[in-house]
Design a protein. Structure first.
Ligand SMILES: *[C@@H]1O[C@H](CO)[C@@H](O)[C@H](O)[C@H]1NC(C)=O
Ligand SMILES: *[C@@H]1O[C@H](CO)[C@@H](O)[C@H](O)[C@H]1NC(C)=O
Ligand SMILES: *[C@@H]1O[C@H](CO)[C@@H](O)[C@H](O)[C@H]1NC(C)=O
Ligand SMILES: *[C@@H]1O[C@H](CO)[C@@H](O)[C@H](O)[C@H]1NC(C)=O
Length: 195
């Protein structure tokens, strides 16, 4: 009898674990070990996300700040050697009034002698919605003045553990006097859905 009761409790606990597992969004309540244990039940899925990143250089609260450069960066036509850190608002639309759903946090360097091109390394950190608490890590080559650029999703956390994918970036607006800009991000991400 005791054995049966134990088995029943075990089944209930497993069912609750699977039911509450969702996409494995909460790192605190769902340990990585449990998540990995259930990974054979998971399927790979593709999620398409579209949002807008607001890059603010002007005013008292810029979200993109230069932190270092070489002396020669000043005379370089491509700003070669300049390094900046960003914490850009991620919005649902290309306007400062659009809802904020996350932040783009990381850094980039002007990394080309030939053209104005950035090497970027940053995280899209979701702060609301279905992916609140999850993040996507992005790395890539960003020739800033090309209309379309392609970066890579190299990983993620929460719902995006083991993620990989493609990020298409285009400039929606660019203020030539301040450098303030809005970028459209089309993210296609391959990740796991736990059943
Ligand atoms: C960079 O410029 C500053 C100020 O002119 C100078 O003191 C410094 O030696 C320069 N650094 C290098 C590496 O040339
Ligand atoms: C996002 O998650 C954080 C931490 O769990 C929570 O404090 C916050 O209220 C959530 N935000 C929204 C908009 O759901
Ligand atoms: C992003 O997706 C939209 C359609 O939703 C499309 O019009 C746009 O061209 C795409 N951007 C890039 C850089 O491919
Ligand atoms: C660019 O920014 C300046 C300073 O904030 C502003 O006066 C101007 O209207 C902006 N230009 C565009 C096209 O938004």
């Amino acid at each position: 009898m005791a054995g049966k009761k134990y088995l029943l409790i075990l089944i209930l606990v497993s069912a609750v674990a699977i039911l509450t597992h969702g996409d494995g969004i909460n790192a605190e309540t769902n340990s990585i070990q449990n998540w990995l244990k259930n990974l054979h039940l998971a399927r790979e899925k593709i999620t398409e996300l579209q949002f807008y990143v607001q890059d603010i250089l002007s005013g008292p609260n810029p979200s993109n700040i230069q932190v270092a450069r070489a002396n020669s960066s000043l005379s370089s036509p491509t700003s070669f050697g300049t390094v900046a850190v960003l914490d850009d608002p991620v919005r649902t639309g290309p306007s400062p009034d659009s809802e904020i759903i996350g932040r783009a946090q990381g850094f980039f360097a002007f990394a080309s002698l030939e053209e104005t091109s950035l090497h970027m390394t940053f995280d899209l950190v979701f702060t609301s919605g279905d992916y609140n608490g999850s993040s996507i890590s992005i790395v890539g080559h960003n020739p800033y003045f090309n209309q379309n650029r392609e970066l890579s999703v190299v990983g993620g956390s929460g719902a995006f553990r083991f993620a990989r994918g493609v990020v298409l970036v285009s400039t929606v607006s660019f203020n030539t006097s301040t450098g303030d800009a809005f970028f459209q991000y089309n993210v296609t991400v391959l990740h796991y859905s736990t059943i």
